[in-house]
Write a protein that binds this ligand. Structure first.
Ligand SMILES: NC(=O)c1ccc[n+]([C@@H]2O[C@H](COP(=O)([O-])OP(=O)(O)OC[C@H]3O[C@@H](n4cnc5c(N)ncnc54)[C@H](O)[C@@H]3O)[C@@H](O)[C@H]2O)c1
Length: 381
């Protein structure tokens, strides 16, 4: 059997209580500041004021999503010219320091380079602000744990943007698996293929100590999805072209995960294509059938342009044209959680477990594909 995956209404059907069970609080015994009510537009998120730190590629994507939600936005970037330009385009306000941004907002949205997620998120929590952070949660597990501790101590919410959980095809496929449509999932095959980010030499992206390379930056999307569908992972082995051949101009990594259930996931992430390619695909096979998706077949329009190398952006995003913008769905769900404690489909503990898996895969790649074992008990700590 091959199941056809419907996408309509996929967003509202699957939410999970946060692992820590905490709800957003106003200015009670926690350090979190009360969120102003009824000050914005029609949506729940419009009751918030959001401050974006880092106005690069993904900061701009988030600013577009917050703006569409009617949220009042403030932006801060060490590159003040970039912040001013973006603020001007979206009607946001610019803060001249992190402290000024914290003063002006209810939630801080961390869109800085990966190695700077932790210091910004911790400072925001200490200032009593709820925190949303881009994936990966942090560059190291110790940094991510420090973020969790800071949020707990301050009594603020901390949520991490694993946006694949908000793509309708991915949500619908997981719904079908949880509904038992394919029986017990046995084999997953997850693919994410794009071009190498076109940033200048010396950019943080190409410094493994800052970005974590292709595994922490790109493959982590599908590592998180594999956990979401098939549960915790007990062992991972991974190979990466650029680790094996540092002089290679492209990168391509493949990981095999063994889940505690016995299911296997084959996860591949590629920066070996020409711009503007961004292709995603999955197959989930179970005891009664198979679910598959390939963006190459479902994209409304697929351009193959000879001159595309010059016009494409620095980084690629998966196509967001089906059923709305997943970043907007993600930020709206996170905003609701912060305003009234509505459960979210992911939590910071979940993001930490995914980060541990990505770090293990990266370690395996650096050790020639050695199998690295994980302790599933750590995932829920
Ligand atoms: N969810 C996704 O699909 C997705 C896509 C792309 C990037 N990301 C993640 O978003 C993060 C940022 O990536 P990007 O592509 O936007 O990077 P980028 O280099 O385009 O932007 C980073 C911005 O942060 C600014 N910055 C650096 N240090 C700062 C500081 N101390 N305070 C304030 N601003 C600072 C830089 O000036 C720059 O404008 C990364 O963690 C990346 O993994 C996620």
């Amino acid at each position: 059997m091959t199941a056809t995956v419907g996408v309509a209404g996929a967003y509202d059907r699957r939410t999970e209580a946060p692992v820590d069970g905490r709800r957003a609080r106003s200015n009670d015994r926690s350090g979190a500041r009360a969120i102003r009510r009824g000050s914005g537009g029609d949506t729940v998120s419009a009751q918030l004021r959001a401050g974006i730190v880092g106005t690069g590629f993904i900061g701009e994507t988030h600013l577009g999503a917050w703006t569409a939600e009617g949220v009042t936005t403030v932006v801060y970037d060490v590159d003040s010219a970039r912040a001013d330009e973006l603020a001007g385009r979206f009607g946001a306000t610019t803060a001249s320091s992190l402290g000024e941004l914290f003063e002006a907002v209810d939630v801080v949205d961390v869109c800085t380079p990966t190695h700077l997620h932790a210091p910004v998120a911790i400072a925001a929590a200490k200032a009593g602000r709820h925190v949303i952070c881009e994936k990966p949660m942090a560059r190291t597990a110790a940094d991510a744990e420090a973020m969790l501790d800071a949020a707990r101590e301050a009594g603020v919410r901390l949520l991490v943007g694993h946006v694949v959980r908000f793509f309708p095809e991915y949500v619908a496929a997981r719904d079908a698996v949880l509904a038992g449509q394919i029986g017990d999932p046995g084999v997953l095959r997850l693919t994410r293929a794009s071009f190498r980010p076109r940033q200048p030499a010396g950019h943080w992206f190409f410094d493994h100590a800052k970005s974590g390379g292709i595994v922490l930056d790109l493959m982590i999307h599908d590592l998180d999805y594999a956990r979401w569908v098939a549960g915790e992972v007990v062992a991972v082995e991974c190979r990466s072209a650029i680790v094996d051949r540092p002089e290679a101009g492209v990168d391509h990594a493949v990981a095999i995960l063994t889940h505690a259930s016995g299911a296997i996931s084959h996860v591949s992430a590629s920066w070996a294509y020409a711009p503007p390619t961004f292709r995603t695909a999955f197959e989930i096979a179970g005891s009664h059938g198979l679910i598959e998706h390939d963006s190459a077949f479902t994209a409304p329009v697929t351009p193959y342009l000879l001159a595309s190398g010059d016009g494409a952006t620095t980084t690629a995003l998966a196509d967001t044209s089906l059923n709305g913008d997943p970043f907007r769905h993600e930020l709206a769900e996170f905003a609701r959680a912060m305003v009234d404690g509505t459960p979210t489909r992911t939590s910071a503990q979940d993001a930490l477990a995914t980060l541990r898996l990505a770090l293990a895969a990266d370690q395996s790649a650096h050790e020639g594909g050695r199998v690295v074992r994980l302790d599933p008990a750590e995932a829920v700590r």
